[in-house]
Design a protein around this ligand. Structure first.
Ligand code: MRU
Length: 330
């Protein structure tokens, strides 16, 4: 199954519960908007492009709510947009489905226009990722070892993936590529999701802790760094916390640092200063699963994303081509 899709027969959103991977592969069905918002908040569905599709399907669920008037609907849709603030795709998906719905003259028509648009967003995501793969794979050479952070694979999208999509396409085209996956503390999207996806696809992958990236780059074990993005702004890119650290280290070692992102993640009218970085619960650092790993009264700082300026980025790979001269082209 795709990471997220609409089930016409049941009129529900179905998604792979990513909190359970790699131990358990379970599909969750959201029949109510509240359930979907909860799934987004607890990262059952996550990754910028997948959040775009989730947002759009969420609008459909909003129109299916029983008791509704215009202001309640608008309030629910705002709640959906705010479920996670950093990845711009969530509000992009919500806005597109909402605008499509506005063409309808009855709630039923609105709901079916929203659904049409949400399905279009999901289909586009797969096609866009394949295009990103085509452009990006030309940047990878046979024998490359690529370091990646977090999960920008099929689980972060509807299918195929952005950064991992580039790697998949390069391999499909006969290049031998190996991946180094950083575990991505504190929620381990790298070890739980990226490593799982790549092992499933039999793509060679080695898992390291985030703090090992400088050492492996210094040891000459990495040819390229390739990550996804949650939002591309005027001056650079927001992505999972730890991305900036890898970019600084890559610069020092002369290793090209690439970002793969669909244009739906671009918000280039905005400055990095205006973007809210999601701060997550201290529990994520105080516990590892159920095990306590820090004193409960210690002060915790837990931002989920960081900002990497264009100076550190060699190029951004999009579905329309590769942007090298980031300052001028964007
Ligand atoms: O907190 P997450 O797991 O939603 O963070 C995801 C990332 O940071 C990804 O790298 C980003 O969304 C790009 S996914 C193609």
């Amino acid at each position: 199954m795709r990471t997220i899709e609409w089930d016409d027969e049941k009129a529900v959103v179905k998604l792979v519960d990513q909190t359970l991977l790699p131990g358990e592969y379970k599909i969750v069905e959201c029949t109510q908007l509240d359930e979907l918002i909860e799934a987004i908040k607890r990262l059952a569905v996550r990754g910028a492009p997948a959040l775009g599709a989730a947002g759009a399907f969420g609008v459909v669920l909003a129109f299916m709510m029983k008791e509704q008037d215009e202001s309640k609907l608008k309030g629910e849709v705002e709640k959906l947009k705010k479920a996670r603030p950093t990845a711009v795709n969530l509000s992009y998906g919500v806005n597109r489905a909402w605008q499509a719905a506005m063409r309808g003259r009855s709630i039923q028509e609105m709901s079916s226009y929203a659904l049409e648009e949400a399905k279009r967003i999901a289909e586009e995501d797969v096609a866009v990722n394949k295009k990103i793969g085509e452009y990006g794979s030309a940047l990878l050479e046979d024998g490359d070892v690529v370091l990646t952070h977090c999960n920008a694979g099929r689980l972060a999208c509807v299918d195929w993936g952005t950064a991992l999509g580039v790697i998949r396409t390069a391999i499909e085209r006969g290049k031998r590529i190996e991946v180094i996956a950083c575990e991505t503390r504190p929620l381990n999207q790298g070890s739980r999701l990226t490593a799982w996806e790549l092992v499933q696809d039999k793509i060679p992958v080695t898992l390291i802790t985030d703090s090992m990236s400088a050492a492996v780059m210094r040891e000459g074990k990495v040819n390229k760094v390739l990550v996804g993005a949650d939002r591309v702004v005027k001056e650079g890119v927001f992505n999972k916390i730890g991305t900036y650290m890898h970019a600084v280290v890559a610069k020092v070692h002369g290793i090209p640092f690439y970002v793969a992102a669909p244009l739906s993640s671009f918000d280039t009218e905005r400055s990095y200063k205006e973007v809210e970085i999601e701060e997550r619960s201290p529990e994520e650092l105080l516990f590892f699963g159920k095990k306590q790993i820090a004193p409960l009264d210690v002060k915790v700082y837990n931002p989920a994303f960081d900002f990497t300026p264009f100076e550190l980025i060699e190029a951004v790979i999009t579905e329309k081509g590769v942007i090298h001269d980031l300052k001028e082209d964007i």
